[in-house]
Design a protein around this ligand. Sequence first.
Ligand SMILES: [Zn+2]
Length: 435
Amino acid sequence: MLRKPISFLLTALISAGAFHISQAASSKKTFTQIREEFTQATLFRFGESFSKARALPVKPKITQRHPASEWQVEEQSRSIERVDGFADAEREGAIERGMRFVYRTARSPANFADYGSDYVWWFAAISNTVRDERLRQMARDMAIACARRWLLTHRALPKDADADTIIDFVSGLDAIESLGLRDDQLKEEIRRAALRFTARDFLSFDPKGEPPPADVPDECKYDGANDNPRGAKFCHVCKRRLAMRTRYDVWYDALVTTHMGDHYGITLGAHYADVLRWLPALAPYRAKGRGTDVEFIDAVYSITHLVYTLNDFWTYRLDTQLLPQEHEFLKASLPKALAARDADMIGEIMDSLKSFGLDDSDPLINKGTLFLLAHQNRDGSWGDVHNNDVYERYHATETAINGLCEYTLRDERLSFPEVEPMLKRWARESTSLRN
Ligand SMILES: [Zn+2]
């Protein structure tokens, strides 16, 4: 029964985007292997079709509230908190349940229309970096199923594509390249379209001319308007007062966007190094903040995303001596995240510290692992089961999984080795300041 849909799927995929097996991809797959993976992918069935082709930026800010669906459960059941150790099988089981939860949220057409590229990206990243072979394969099947689905609505760049739409295409296609598939024609189309936009369009500021600013309005909490201009104090839709994004938030958003653009080979307003050079403007990080303080939270996420973008998301081991302040800050922040019982932040700090070579033999990491294992919800998720924001629900689950995973870290290196002298200089300066 599976035979029939496979050839259909492959034909549809290939004709849709003229995708072919990448010669440049790290894992060279034969066509038969790819076909085999699509066979696997059909095991994760979808029953929906897609009418919407909406694209959102890579890190969506809009809070979508969809009606309760099959991925939500009402009850929240937690196991008893333990103080002893854990078995590897227990951890793998928790990761698998979490992955299945994220995948269930992706099956909802509304969720997938909003966050499709994000789903493709996350499953692909896990499949390329996690040590456990079974989890890698499971993530790969899910990534390919999501990629196939995403491609159905991303065959060509819309004529009126704005900067956020371009970011969304780059995000999805960069992830799909990491799975061994590519579409050079579409890439060229995107490259040309990207030239029409400035750094401010893509990043909210121009890192070549100014530090991360404090006057970028957050999306309006009343109506979701996210197109209020820099410096605006009142929403142009509802006229109510706007909150401003922190400098940290603006900065790491730009860091992620430029990392993705440079990684894919299409410049999104500026280069990664242009954004990275403002890191010292953010120091000293707000280690004194409380676990629920916005500045503190954004400072933590800035540094975790610094780590992710420097090591291509769990790909390379990072040298602690290149980032002494940041390493210390993350270590100091984990107890605060634990005190705030914030699974999302705990997960992000844990996988960042693991990038520096820490593992469960470290008491801090061990504590985080035990916390996450003891606080997984019955539906496989982490975080508040009553939160209606699907992005926050699946993101907290993804980061908790990332915190629990063990990675096949390759030797110490940086995603873009040309930034190393800059990091070395800052490390020297921060060390001499402290001494
Ligand atoms: Zn408004």
